[in-house]
Design a binder for this molecule. Structure first.
Ligand SMILES: NC(=O)c1ccc[n+]([C@@H]2O[C@H](COP(=O)([O-])OP(=O)(O)OC[C@H]3O[C@@H](n4cnc5c(N)ncnc54)[C@H](O)[C@@H]3O)[C@@H](O)[C@H]2O)c1
Ligand SMILES: [Zn+2]
Length: 364
């Protein structure tokens, strides 16, 4: 098992990464001295098909807790104020009180929704995250962002609310649909690209074992990613500065998702394309060696993450202008000086971006 500490003043917590943690969870939460009653929020498939919720609940009951299992339907639509209200009411009905805790078992949807409810129910109760998707283990479970969507846009209502503990059981990744798994790999590549050249080398070397979901390799990779994100979050808990580097590939990525319609590409495919454009722009500006750009493209291809039919540059530019990452009307872009490094720079020359969008392949 690996342990990663997230150091935040008064709100620090531990992330444990390893195999079979669900079955050990009762013992692992003991030091938190939580109240007797716990609520486990998850999806039906993780109860019935994969048996993760029953295994977790059994371990918690063995540790003396009363456990209610509450399910919400899968899908981004569950990240809504309506669903949050349903969940709050159900949790009150099953007898949760201010001393209780909510445990989120699932991907980013469950983590964001249950975390938001934990932050607001009774003005905030203990929250424990048990991420079961690769994206959730390496990204969404770290950093304390919780929230729900509005019809007007994603993640518009939410809070920063840190969990008391994160348990990432890498064995759960075995049952993740292949496309979801690969989507999570895009964030892994992103973390390596912005912060850790050694991790990038590991991914290149162990790509086959990663794709075969070798538990030992995944444990090392997930723990490394947690540490990378934790170190960035520690410097900027509420995203007012340096945390922006985590948006590498996301300015164009979000535009790709919006232009094609959510669901047409995975988040990972969209971000992969965004990283290629951002890297092409970095090469064009003389910031990034072409060889590093070629390594990124090769790794993303290896993970089948390069979308076959990205939207037209005209359409992408339209969506990017609406992006909130502008300062005084100038787009702030996360660029890379090479594998393992990152920098944020204004892109005021429209031609630069235009050229990168049209001709990214020429720079890679
Ligand atoms: N809070 C943050 O900092 C943060 C960061 C990135 C993304 N997010 C959010 O995360 C969400 C996406 O999360 P996601 O990619 O994990 O998707 P998800 O939560 O929708 O999970 C994907 C699917 O996989 C299923 N699933 C989960 N674990 C499984 C397992 N082990 N085996 C089989 N099936 C399993 C789920 O039921 C679901 O249908 C988005 O809403 C996004 O906004 C939040
Ligand atoms: Zn992302």
């Amino acid at each position: 098992m690996d342990a990663v500490r997230v150091n935040l003043k008064g709100r620090g917590y531990e992330i444990f990464v390893g195999p079979d943690l669900l079955r050990q969870s009762g013992d692992m939460i003991r030091p938190l001295a939580l109240g007797r009653r716990l609520a486990l929020v998850t999806h039906p498939v993780l109860v019935e098909t994969h048996g993760y919720a029953p295994a977790l609940a059994a371990s918690l009951r063995d540790a003396g807790h009363e456990v209610s299992v509450v399910t919400v339907p899968p899908g981004e639509e569950s990240k809504s104020l309506d669903q949050a209200a349903c969940l709050c009411r159900e949790l009150v009905r099953v007898g949760l009180d201010r001393g209780s805790a909510i445990l989120a078992l699932g991907g980013g949807v469950i983590g964001d929704l249950a975390g938001f409810v934990a932050a607001t129910l009774f003005r905030g109760i203990s929250f424990i995250n048990l991420p079961t998707t690769l994206l959730a283990q390496v990204d969404s479970s770290i950093g304390g962002k919780t929230g729900v969507n509005l019809p007007e846009g994603k993640n518009l209502v939410g809070t920063f609310y840190q969990p008391r503990l994160v348990l990432a059981d890498v064995l759960t990744l075995k049952t993740l649909p292949a496309r979801e798994f690969r989507s999570g790999l895009a964030e892994v590549v992103k973390h390596a690209m912005i912060a850790d050249a050694e991790l990038f080398g590991t991914l290149e070397r162990d790509a086959d074992r990663v794709l075969a979901r070798d538990a030992e390799v995944l444990q090392g990779i997930v723990a490394k990613n947690c540490a990378i994100k934790a170190r960035i979050v520690e410097q900027d808990e509420r995203e007012t500065g340096v945390r922006a580097v985590l948006n590498f590939g996301h300015t164009v990525g979000h535009a790709v998702e919006a232009a094609l319609g959510y669901g047409a590409v995975t988040h990972g495919e969209a971000v992969a394309y965004g990283m290629l454009v951002a890297t092409a722009l970095s090469v064009r500006r003389g910031l990034c060696p072409r060889a590093d750009a070629a390594r990124l493209a090769a790794l993303l291809r290896r993970f089948a993450l390069v979308p076959a039919a990205p939207p037209s540059p005209e359409l992408l530019e339209k969506y990017m202008v609406r992006d909130k990452k502008t300062r005084d009307g100038v787009l702030q872009f996360v660029l890379t000086p090479g594998v393992g490094n990152v920098t944020v720079a204004p892109v005021s020359d429209r031609n630069d971006l235009w050229e990168a969008l049209h001709n990214w392949q020429a720079y890679i």
